[in-house]
Design a protein around this ligand. Structure first.
Ligand SMILES: [Zn+2]
Length: 196
């Protein structure tokens, strides 16, 4: 069973199984908190908001019939869907691997809409700075993966997964470094993002 894990403030790992997620099926998930929390980056949250609803113009939605026009431009290996683009694509997987080590995000092998719901349930305490940071990271990763996809498709500009990861890390660090002074970040979080 693939798990979706989080770390408590004490650093102890708390594992929530996929089954725990299933247990709450039927209850409405409030994902707005994770999208629009006080530290969110508006342009990132907007793309995530569209992605969370499956509303980005991915190739599977544009080219229903033409198979050869649906290839993912990040890997050229699979058809582009929301689920592929943000999860199963080897490019995106490399990006997530690079940012997960700094955050508490551990994606399960659920499909994209269920994974987003699971994240919304896991990081639902916006008084917890780790949860806010998880929201920033998820939104930033989705934004930069989508941006890289668009740059390749429309501008023939290519960045590596590592370079995309660095853009995400820089955006998150920049946001955290510019928080209003009343926001005190835990030391471990500061260290994780090289802010000390
Ligand atoms: Zn791909």
């Amino acid at each position: 069973m693939v798990m979706f894990g989080t770390k408590s403030a004490s650093g102890k790992c708390i594992i929530k199984s996929v089954w725990e997620g299933f247990r709450t099926v039927g209850t409405r998930v409030d994902s707005a908190r994770l999208l629009w929390h006080p530290w969110h980056i508006p342009r990132h949250s907007f793309v995530l908001w569209l992605a969370a609803r499956g509303r980005l113009r991915t190739l599977d939605r544009i080219h229903n019939g033409a198979v050869d026009q649906r290839r993912c431009v990040l890997c050229r290996d699979q058809d582009e869907t929301h689920n592929h683009l943000f999860f199963t694509c080897k490019f995106s997987t490399e990006v997530w691997t690079g940012v997960n080590s700094r955050s508490q995000i551990r994606w399960s092998h659920l499909q994209w809409p269920q994974s987003w719901e699971e994240a919304s349930r896991t990081f639902d305490n916006m008084k917890n700075p780790w949860h806010r940071v998880a929201g920033i990271v998820i939104a930033s990763a989705v934004y930069h993966i989508w941006k890289e996809r668009n740059n390749r498709m429309h501008n023939q500009i290519f960045k590596s997964a590592l370079s995309t990861r660095d853009d995400i890390i820089n955006n998150v660090r920049e946001r955290l470094a510019n928080l209003e002074s009343e926001n005190q970040l835990p030391n471990e979080l500061m260290q994780r993002w090289s802010l000390t």
